[in-house]
Design a protein around this ligand. Structure first.
Ligand code: FEO
Ligand code: CA
Ligand code: CA
Ligand code: CA
Length: 677
């Protein structure tokens, strides 16, 4: 492709207006291709998708709720990697969750309180990960339905545990009595593209899938025991059925434990070490999972050195030869933390093209130091090491007695609590600016942020006067924080920070809420997906494009969720502001550090269809094909009251009964140019 010169670097499209239509809208000169939809077959012999609830065999179809995604270039034929190929590649993408009712003819059923095996099997198989071959012929993208490189990873796929927690007592189940193996992955949210050619997928809201019966706290020795303290901290109290009731299934094969395993209630007739039941099954989830997308038969590895949490995503920092690389992560729940893992192993450039990709993952991801972030009001911050035997991370800790490093990693939220890390407004995606190494993190919103517990990095708590539905209290619109490592090195244990942008309607109070001066071309709420695109063959673009996707509950009375493009500045380019927070009768001030108002360097490039979230973003290396996921359009509807018919609306195929489908789309320019500039 020919080289494009951009000088000065500016966004080259007209902002699209906010929209509530059932379409993906893009600027003039841009095109949308619907590429890979819920139910699309990925193996030969699989029937075309009927989309009426009768379909089966989802382990050989696209799953639901497309989320994090990475494009991996392929050679012109075969399965060898070619990171520079713009016309043939593998898309690895997550299927986070399901729109349950649309998967069945008349919605989900549970006669007598028991879920039918066939329904539960479909729901389980709709979760996990897809790896699917995609090709561009001329200007047209398509996926390859019968490629031998296609793969589905589901909550039932065998995988192994690596790192310090492998073989731990709390990983033992009736399936893996040694605590070394597991089955599957669930609620896979954002992604990570490793520089050695693998895909990271991150287990986020896994806790909700587990049933735990009343009496289980007593069966584990009462509320103060380590198991109960841990289960409570990770959100698994007793007396709950688990999402979708999968554990109620009575399978046709009595030896099939893939439904039973979702019930962690202690079976008192089984051994206390957990090898006879699934009392420890919930500890097998909450990890980062590494997949080799180029090897369809490879067994994925859970990387326990990166800790157990509601993993949103995991993004590699800049890779510099001879320097220990860092991997940045958010724990997405209210008042949780931002983490980074620093490998023990300095980067070797030749590892970018290894012969054994998962062994390279072993080298960089199985041993290192996990840190949690603490932000200070003067604009500095520190990375606190989560290392057993240091500070409060010992057996003497009064809240939770840590036994060893594996215990710290398994219960890293309790360890981060003990260190006094900063409780954030729901850390979602992380992104690294490749031009300078600065790390950005979306803090999507936090309805539990009160005036009294604001801090300098989570400074807003207010009642949105313009929002009548959805979330109206706390930090309703979210913000994007960024930090610069001391010495610009991934090995740093200190940093400086500011807030790149605050989400807000452009009509809201400029002194206390619309702190970044957003206008009608770029106002947004609840930032979530976040990624720096690095188009090759572009000169003058000294700061790559930052893509921002929204998952909003506060601004949907005005617009559907959206994608924005930005050419951001850098940490410290703005000013310190003191804002006044108000919720009900409570009022207080908070000082914070606000980046330079983005103005025309931030612009809305796409608005999604009804009830969707924009999430997942990747591109070909030349930046001319941008892949984006439309997650759960029509999620508030059901077969009897369909609330969106996207993507049939986009392709002109909609009928009154078209059910919505999550899908991957491709954004291109009609002139074939680089998307965004
Ligand atoms: Fe799956 Fe926090 O979004
Ligand atoms: Ca998210
Ligand atoms: Ca979200
Ligand atoms: Ca979602």
């Amino acid at each position: 492709d020919s080289t494009v010169t951009v000088n000065p670097a500016v966004l080259g499209f007209t902002a699209v207006p906010k929209s509530q239509t059932d379409l993906v809208t893009v600027p003039a000169g841009y095109e949308v291709t619907v590429l890979y939809r819920l139910g699309d077959p990925i193996a030969s012999g699989v029937a075309a998708f009927a989309n009426d609830g009768t379909d089966t065999n989802y382990a050989q179809r696209a799953g639901d709720h497309h989320d994090g995604m990475t494009y991996f270039g392929l050679s012109a034929s075969g399965s060898a990697p070619d990171a520079s190929n713009n016309t043939r590649g593998l898309l690895a993408l997550n299927h986070e969750n399901i729109n349950q009712s649309y998967l069945h003819v008349g919605g989900a059923t549970a006669p007598g309180g028991i879920r039918p095996e066939s329904e539960a099997q479909k729901e389980i198989d709709c979760h996990g990960v897809s790896v699917v071959e995609v090709t561009r012929t001329g200007s047209t993208w398509a996926y390859a339905p019968t490629s031998s490189l296609n793969r589905r990873i589901t909550p039932s796929t065998p995988m192994t545990f690596n790192g310090p927690v492998r073989g731990n007592a709390w990983l033992k189940t009736a399936f893996s009595t040694a605590g070394t193996d597991g089955r599957g992955t669930i609620n896979n949210c954002a992604n990570g593209a490793m520089p050695w050619g693998t895909y990271l997928t991150n287990e986020e809201n896994w806790a909700g899938y587990f049933k735990r019966a009343t009496g289980d706290v007593a069966a584990r020795g009462g509320a103060g025991t380590k198991q109960n303290v841990s289960l409570a901290r990770y959100g698994i109290p007793e007396n709950r059925p688990g999402n979708y009731g999968w554990a109620t299934v009575v399978p046709a094969s009595a030896s099939n434990t893939l439904f039973r395993r979702w019930d962690i209630t202690v079976d008192p007739t089984k051994p206390a070490d957990g090898t006879g039941d699934f009392r420890f099954e919930a500890f097998q989830f909450g990890w980062v999972l590494e997949i080799d997308p180029y090897t369809a038969a490879s067994v994925p590895r859970k990387r326990t050195a990166l800790g157990r949490m509601n993993h949103e995503g995991c993004t590699a920092g800049r890779m510099i030869a001879g320097v220990k690389p860092a991997f940045y992560m958010g724990d997405d729940a209210q008042n949780e933390y931002i983490y980074k893992f620093v490998s023990n192993t300095p980067w070797v450039a030749a590892d970018a093209t290894p012969t054994d990709r998962l062994a390279t993952g072993d080298k960089y991801l199985d041993a290192g130091t996990l840190y949690v972030a603490k932000f200070a009001a003067d604009g500095s911050g520190t990375w606190l090491p989560l290392t057993f035997g240091t500070g409060p991370l010992t057996a003497a800790n009064p809240t939770y007695a840590f036994a060893d490093q594996a215990d710290v990693l398994m219960n890293v939220r309790l360890a981060a609590d003990a260190l006094g890390a900063t409780k954030m407004d729901r850390p979602e995606w992380t992104a690294i600016n490749p031009a300078n190494g600065e790390m950005y993190c979306t803090l999507t919103n936090n309805s539990s942020r009160t005036v009294a517990n604001t801090d300098t990095a989570n400074p807003r708590a207010y009642t949105d006067p313009k929002t009548t539905g959805g979330q109206t209290n706390g930090n309703a619109n979210g913000h994007i924080i960024r930090l610069r490592e001391t010495g610009d090195t991934t090995e740093a244990t200190a940093f400086t920070w500011d807030i790149y942008a605050f989400g807000s309607g452009s009509d809201l109070n400029a002194t206390n809420i619309n702190l970044s001066g957003l206008d009608a071309t770029n106002d947004f709420s609840s930032p979530d997906g976040l990624w720096f695109g690095i188009p090759t063959n572009v000169t003058g673009l000294n700061t790559p494009i930052l893509w921002i996707e929204t998952d909003d509950g506060a601004y949907t009375d005005v617009t559907n969720c959206m994608l924005l493009a930005a050419i951001p500045g850098k940490v410290g380019d703005g000013t310190t502001k003191t804002i006044t927070n108000t919720i009900g009768g409570a009022t207080g001030t908070q000082s914070t550090r606000v980046g330079k108002a983005p103005g025309t360097t931030l612009r809305r490039i796409l608005v999604g269809p009804k009830e969707c979230e924009l999430t997942g973003i990747t591109s070909t290396p030349d930046g001319r094909s941008l892949f984006v996921n439309i997650q759960h359009p029509g999620e508030n509807g059901n077969p009897a009251a369909i609330s969106s018919s996207w993507p049939a609306t986009q392709t002109g195929a909609a009928t009154g009964s078209s059910r919505p489908r999550s899908a991957t789309i491709v954004i291109t320019k009609t002139d074939g140019g680089v998307v965004g500039i």
